[in-house]
Design a protein around this ligand. Structure first.
Ligand SMILES: O=C(O)CCC(=O)C(=O)O
Ligand SMILES: [Fe+2]
Length: 326
């Protein structure tokens, strides 16, 4: 990377006057044109909310395999519940055949279903029920509290993005007032046997939606991005911050002014003992099921035409998602 990994102070933006907001928006625009990956600190999510979901996710992954299987996704392509080891290869989303990722996950969808949603595809996919575990005790409450906090944070980051694109700060609000975001708890187990050739913790992929808010295990390594020079480059741990990145839908929305950068999670390095467990939480923010995503005029210079036709957020996500489950 030409610059050190960027760390952005969200409260400085939120408390800034119009000119300060504009200045900070320009900083974010430059980052999103280069990699679309940055850390955000002073994000306002209470540490108690983070600690509770973290501990509950850990305790869930520590349960016996049979118990976790009780809340597994009931069929291939079902988006929520437990997805055990060896069931997903993210590289397949790019048509790259690869061994399955060395991870397990628990996935949950929107906390409320708006009455206006009647499309059977929406009801069967992103509004499918999250299959909750019975244990640990506090899991459901802690999960929901974190989901709600991150939904709010994502909406605030979208305001920052609007300013960065020279749009009114609330521009995205009608597109994201009933979002279909998903939260994923990830566990990369301690590695007792060497990986197969080409097998990673998460194969190289881009995210699909508008914005991902990632919480990697404090101090942990493994997440890497491709920087504009074409090199795999580690994302350093940043204490107390979330890592955010834009996904394919936001790149499309901006006519590729912003980039949805390829990233992966590599196996633990020998200096970390070569096998260390790693945990993370990934919140995939996604606009309303029926939000029409049309290339933004603000991203077209005079006379320039959009590279992409409009798409609907939900069906777009569904088509991307179905490519990666084994
Ligand atoms: O666990 C991580 O650090 C990243 C996971 C990721 O990129 C994903 O699940 O999309
Ligand atoms: Fe990702």
């Amino acid at each position: 990377m030409t610059q050190p990994f960027p760390v952005f102070d969200l409260s400085a933006f939120e408390q800034g006057d119009a000119s300060e907001k504009k200045r900070l928006g320009e900083v974010v625009d430059a980052i999103c044109r280069e990699t679309g990956f940055l850390a955000i600190r002073n994000h306002g999510v209470p540490q108690t909310v983070i600690d509770a979901v973290w501990a509950n996710a850990r305790a869930f992954f520590d349960l016996p395999a049979e118990e976790k299987q009780r809340v597994r996704a009931p069929y291939k392509g079902y988006p929520y519940g437990y997805l055990g080891p060896e069931l997903e290869a993210l590289a397949k989303s790019r048509d790259v055949d690869s061994p399955p990722d060395l991870k397990e996950s628990f996935n949950g969808g929107p906390l409320v279903q708006p009455a206006s949603i009647t499309d059977p595809e929406a009801l069967a996919f992103c509004y499918a029920e999250t299959i909750w575990p019975e244990r640990p005790d506090g899991f459901v409450d802690a999960w929901k509290a974190y989901y709600a906090a991150l939904e709010d944070l994502a909406a605030r980051v979208m305001r920052l993005f609007a300013v960065a694109l020279d749009l009114p700060e609330t521009y995205f609000e009608p597109f994201i007032n009933t979002p279909i975001s998903a939260l994923r708890g990830l566990n990369y187990p301690k590695q007792h046997v060497p990986p197969k050739p080409g097998q990673l913790r998460a194969g190289a992929h881009t995210d699909y939606g508008s914005l991902t808010i990632l919480l990697p295990q404090a101090g942990s390594k493994g997440l890497e991005i491709i920087t504009p020079d074409g090199q795999w480059t580690p994302v350093p741990p940043v204490d107390g911050a979330f890592v955010i990145n834009i996904g394919d839908l936001m790149a499309r929305w901006t006519n590729d002014r912003w980039v949805s950068t390829l990233h992966r999670v590599v196996n633990p390095s020998p200096d970390e003992g070569g096998m260390a467990r790693r945990q993370s939480l990934a919140f995939f923010h996604q606009p309303n099921w029926d939000a029409q995503i049309t290339v933004l005029d603000a991203c077209l210079s005079p006379g320039e035409v959009a590279k992409y036709p409009p798409v609907l957020s939900g069906p777009y996500l569904m088509s991307k998602f179905k490519a990666t489950t084994a």
